[in-house]
Ligand binder design. Structure first.
Ligand code: UD1
Length: 411
């Protein structure tokens, strides 16, 4: 791609990847047709569809709508060949235990963003009565009937909160999840379950209470808009000194990122379901800390790094969620940025302009950030292994092109 180009225009947001994947897993618990609207057209959704099919469900797509039918007999095993491609496959653990009383899931590998254990998922499920054994790279769980209990999470893990919520919905008695993650995707999952007849309260707060029911009934659900996609384009507008309007989104879901962009000098106009972000000058340096929601999302940290790399002054960016999320800094420094990583802090000395270089994509979010840096840099940037980006962004290149970026995909 050829830069620098200010991103300008209007772009519409897709459904949230991180909601879609969990809602698809949750559909395994519903005997009948679950219809999910606004399902993003991304590779990870296709991978999750493969996982569900392997387990015995049918999954069909018609435009942006997915229809999932899990009324047939389900299998208990999710093999390595699928889990290794996408860590979120581990989210079928709770649903399978709830539906079948047993599950066999390959230990996850997944993104190159640090060691990502699942001890909190397993510890919570054990408290609900599941007996786990692990052998040959697989975890096997067995339970007669899941029992409601009180689980205090050591860290508000998104995936662990979701797996426990899913298991609890069909458990006997009441489950209380304390120090639960508060991400909007968890609220979306709870809204879906409520429509299926589940009894869930407190989603979006640190304490979620779930009263188990005997059975769930099919429903139609519209997936929330993708806040990380929205944040990526909002930050892209600032990094490229452009003017972008995001449509079909929830401004409140990216409130902190928007505030940080304002602190860096952007003009932000919020309305009910859209936001306009304008930047006419070089960004100011700011300090930033990633934290679980409603803190600044770790998934937007790489894009913010690209912005601050071009800021007037020095910034400190602290990563508190995934320790290896700074791995892509070496790539960015090849484009002329001055970033020094010390443990989980990055010290960023802003430069006037980035300069193009060939770079390698390690994961979805760093990939989007490296493409944005190519949009901002002088000259032609080649981004290798860009396929990672399609795992999480619907038509990223097309949307950037519609905002004026000169980007082209080559095989
Ligand atoms: C989800 C998102 C991901 C996002 C992350 C944090 C999906 C598919 N992915 O990932 O995009 O970056 O939330 O917002 O929704 N941890 C443990 N033990 C566990 C579970 C997690 O130590 O059992 C640690 C992880 O190593 C990590 C931190 O907790 O350091 C956060 O992980 P978690 O919130 O679980 O993220 P994911 O659900 O994997």
């Amino acid at each position: 791609m050829q830069g620098p180009t200010p991103l300008q225009g209007t772009v519409r947001m897709a459904g949230a990847k991180n909601s879609a994947l969990k809602l698809m897993a949750a559909a395994l618990m519903v005997p009948g047709e679950v219809i999910l609207e606004r399902a993003p057209r991304i590779t990870d959704v296709e991978l999750m569809a493969d996982v569900l099919r392997r387990l015995g469900a049918t999954v069909e797509r018609d435009g942006d709508t997915l229809t999932i039918d899990s009324s047939g007999d389900l299998q208990e095993e999710t093999p390595y060949e699928l889990v290794r491609k996408m860590r979120a496959s581990i989210q079928v653990l709770g649903p399978l235990l709830a539906r079948l009383g047993r599950a066999r899931v390959s230990m996850p590998g997944g993104d190159a963003i640090g060691s990502r254990p699942i001890d909190l998922h397993l510890g919570g499920l054990e408290r609900m009565g599941v007996k786990f054994t692990s052998q040959h790279g697989y975890i096997e769980g067995v339970v007669q009937r899941l029992k409601g209990t009180r689980v205090l999470l050591e860290f508000p893990s998104v995936g662990a909160t979701e797996n426990l919520l899913m298991a609890a919905v069909l458990a006997e008695g009441t489950t209380v999840i304390e120090n639960a993650a508060r991400e909007p995707e968890i609220q979306d999952l709870a809204t879906f379950f409520q429509a299926c007849g589940a009894r869930v309260s407190g989603a979006g707060t640190p304490t979620i209470e779930i009263e188990g029911v005997e059975e769930l009934s099919p429903t139609r659900h519209r997936i929330i808009p993708d806040r990380i996609e929205a944040g990526t384009f909002a930050i892209g507008a600032v990094a490229s000194r452009g003017d972008v309007t995001l449509e079909d989104m929830e401004p409140i879901h990216i409130e902190l990122p928007l505030q940080k962009l304002e602190e860096a000098g952007a003009e932000v106009r919020r309305s009910a379901d859209s936001v306009r972000v304008r930047m006419s000058s070089r960004p100011r340096a700011i300090d930033l800390v990633t934290l679980p929601y409603p803190g600044f999302p770790t998934d937007l940290q790489p894009m913010m790094m690209v912005t601050l790399a071009q800021a007037a002054g020095s910034s400190i960016l602290t990563e508190n969620v995934f320790e290896a999320r700074f791995l892509f800094v070496d790539e960015l420094n090849r484009m002329g940025s001055h970033i020094r990583v010390e443990g989980h802090h990055a010290v960023i000395r802003g430069v006037e302009r980035l300069s193009s270089a060939p770079v390698q994509v390690p994961d979805i979010r760093a990939g989007a950030a490296l493409v944005l840096s190519g949009v901002c840099a002088e000259g032609v940037t080649e981004v290798y292994d860009g396929g990672h980006i399609e795992r999480g962004y619907e038509d990223f290149v097309g949307k950037l092109g519609s905002l004026g970026a000169d980007v082209e995909v080559r095989d």
